[in-house]
Design a protein around this ligand. Structure first.
Ligand SMILES: NC(=O)c1ccc[n+]([C@@H]2O[C@H](COP(=O)([O-])OP(=O)(O)OC[C@H]3O[C@@H](n4cnc5c(N)ncnc54)[C@H](OP(=O)(O)O)[C@@H]3O)[C@@H](O)[C@H]2O)c1
Length: 254
């Protein structure tokens, strides 16, 4: 589906060297957007996404540790300079890092989870805000269904960080509405990416797929399609502070 209003928008997608972020970058490219492809450690992944994106539209490659204010500010400004502004920010980069239960988790792990998943959104959004204000842009944050249900074994601290992303989304939506900026989030369930190759066994993934009403785990593209909808001013002009859960019905809320 083509959203006519997305054409020529300047879209920065954090964490687009892999998985969900890569799919989001490619879907925006298919809408003919200028896409900022960002990576941290996986340069090869960033280059792979960039090559895919360039089959459809223009793009540039950016590197930064999203926990670091200086690196984030430089990255955001570099994108805005190359693209001549920012219309859409997708705060996708994030990580479970490890599975550590509350009882035994180290302080370093707790700090890193919140720096990677929560501080990162604060830093990137703050750096991008002057550009988004200018263009009456919009923001889509990638949270997690774990933020609703507390996560599985050893992912409780990550789940708490993703719950913070949900609240940040609402708070930013209120604060930025005055600038005409909409802020929403997408909450993936189990999506088949590198994330679960690292942190879940094939048996666990299979079990979750069997428990899911739609009978499968999600794809990165499933998530990307929901992001496009929320980013389109035509499709979602009166939607802010909301979320779309993309989880095949595994976790439903009234
Ligand atoms: N997969 C799922 O089932 C699932 C479910 C719910 C929510 N999510 C969320 O969806 C988002 C994307 O996950 P994914 O499944 O696509 O995972 P992924 O394939 O592992 O990709 C994670 C991305 O985040 C980047 N990243 C991680 N730490 C970073 C840091 N400190 N600085 C900058 N970039 C960093 C990675 O960059 P490099 O590789 O270049 O270092 C990579 O591009 C995350 O926020 C995750 O929490 C995923």
């Amino acid at each position: 589906m083509i959203y006519e209003d997305l054409k020529d928008k300047k879209v920065l997608v954090t964490g687009s060297s892999s998985g969900i972020g890569a799919a989001i970058a490619i879907e925006f490219a298919k809408q003919r957007c200028f896409v900022g492809v960002h990576y941290f450690k996986t340069k090869q992944g960033g280059e792979k996404t960039l090559a895919e994106v360039k089959k459809h539209s223009d793009a540039n490659l950016l590197q930064a540790d999203i926990r670091d204010q200086k690196q984030v500010t430089e990255m955001v400004n570099a994108f805005a300079k190359a693209a001549a502004g920012i219309d859409i920010l997708v705060n996708n980069a994030g990580d479970l890092i490890d599975r550590q239960p509350f009882e035994t988790a180290t302080l370093e792990y707790h700090e890193d989870i919140f720096a990677t998943n929560v501080r990162s959104i604060f830093l990137v959004t703050r750096a991008a805000l002057p550009y988004l204000k200018k263009n009456k842009g919009c923001i889509v944050n990638i949270g997690s269904v774990a933020g609703h249900h507390g996560g599985g074994h050893g992912s409780g601290i990550y789940a708490a960080a993703k719950a913070a992303v949900a609240t940040e989304t609402i708070a930013m939506a209120k604060e930025f509405a005055t600038y005409g900026i909409r802020v929403n989030s997408v909450l993936p369930g189990l999506i088949e990416t590198r994330f679960h190759e690292r942190y879940s066994t094939p048996e666990r993934k299979q079990k979750v797929a069997q428990q899911t009403p739609l009978g499968r785990n999600g794809t990165a593209r499933d998530v990307a399609k929901a992001v496009l909808f929320l980013a389109s001013n035509d499709a979602a002009s009166f939607i802010t502070g909301e979320y779309i859960a993309v989880n095949g019905g595994l976790y439903m809320r009234a």
